[in-house]
Design a protein around this ligand. Structure first.
Ligand SMILES: C[S@@+](CC[C@H](N)C(=O)[O-])C[C@H]1O[C@@H](n2cnc3c(N)ncnc32)[C@H](O)[C@@H]1O
Length: 295
């Protein structure tokens, strides 16, 4: 039976639910949290960093972004942080606003809410002729969605103050976004929106060669992670369907896919996994790239 064309998940209301199911089943947040609590403090320790307390956060979701702000505060307790939040989804932005408004420990931060994409933010910056420089910028699991990742990195890097840092957290080639992209490239490339075609997708290797070509100093850290994909193997399981939507980045994947295609995806998924205590765990790893300013 032929499959019907897939609707790219990112453009639909199902994206936040599907992302949440994915995050609930992976160790990504845990390994990123470990990096933020164990390694980031040393990166932020330079007393020259953060003279003005101006930071930019690209895309927001919750715990990870708050933990980064908390570490900034621990290392630079006297500094009032001016934090630009750039997030195009009104739903995500609203959720994050509610989260931080209930958090008394974030009273050292003044948030500016920018409901826009990184490209729109860049236009806004240029139109207003803003000359402010940022001490710290972070982009956690977001570069896959921007229109032109290289241009985005170059623009935000150009905003860095002397001694400033740009932190990028991104899945490895066969990491958390690498996994769905791998599946997509094998099975859906003719049926999906072009923005999810793997050749258009940024990877840590692309970022590193961009930085090397421009002589920009950086350091990378590899973080180990896994995803529990067990529910995907129970047909009709609601969580499994949300996970499959996220892994393939197709809304209602099981409805659009023929039984053969669904089986093919599950076979690929099992091939990336190990079975441990009855759970099917897909292997995953993440890169943290800390980029320095060109002083
Ligand atoms: C996988 S989530 C990561 C969120 C958060 N930083 C984290 O790791 O917990 C990706 C986020 O990128 C946002 N996003 C998508 N396209 C974007 C763009 N062009 N510019 C900025 N953010 C974007 C999405 O709305 C979503 O909130």
């Amino acid at each position: 039976m032929a499959s019907t064309p897939g609707v790219p998940l990112y453009d639909t209301d199902r994206y936040p639910q599907s992302l949440k199911a994915y995050l609930d089943h992976c160790e990504k947040d845990q390994c990123t949290s470990d990096f933020i609590s164990r390694t980031l403090p040393d990166i932020l320790a330079n007393p020259c960093l953060f003279p003005f307390g101006y930071s930019v956060m690209i895309a927001c979701l919750g715990n990870i972004d708050r933990e980064i702000l908390a570490q900034l505060h621990l290392k630079h307790p006297g500094v009032l942080v001016d934090n630009e939040v750039v997030e195009p989804s009104s739903q995500q932005l609203q959720k994050y606003r509610e989260l931080v408004s209930q958090e008394p420990n974030l009273d050292f931060v003044n948030f500016t809410w920018n409901e826009m994409t990184t490209t729109e933010f860049e236009e806004h910056w240029r139109q207003k002729n803003i000359t402010k420089k940022a001490d710290f910028i972070h982009m956690v699991q977001v570069l896959y969605y921007v229109e032109d990742a290289e241009a985005t990195i170059s623009f935000f890097h150009s905003l860095l103050n002397k001694n400033g840092k740009l932190l990028i957290i991104i899945g490895a080639e066969n990491g958390w976004m690498g996994l769905p992209i791998f599946i997509i490239s094998k099975t859906f490339q003719h049926q999906l929106d072009a923005k999810w075609h793997p050749s258009k997708t940024v990877s840590p290797a692309v970022i590193k060669s961009l930085l090397n070509a421009r002589g920009i100093p950086f350091k990378t850290y590899k973080l180990q992670s896994r995803v529990n994909v067990t529910p995907c193997f129970t047909e009709g399981d609601g969580t499994g369907e949300l996970l499959l939507d996220f892994l393939t980045h197709v809304q209602g994947f099981s409805e659009m896919a023929s039984p053969e295609l669904r089986q093919e995806v599950l076979t690929v998924l099992r091939g990336c996994s190990v079975v441990q205590n009855g759970r099917v765990m897909a292997n995953d790893y993440i890169n943290a790239i800390v980029i320095n300013s060109l002083d």
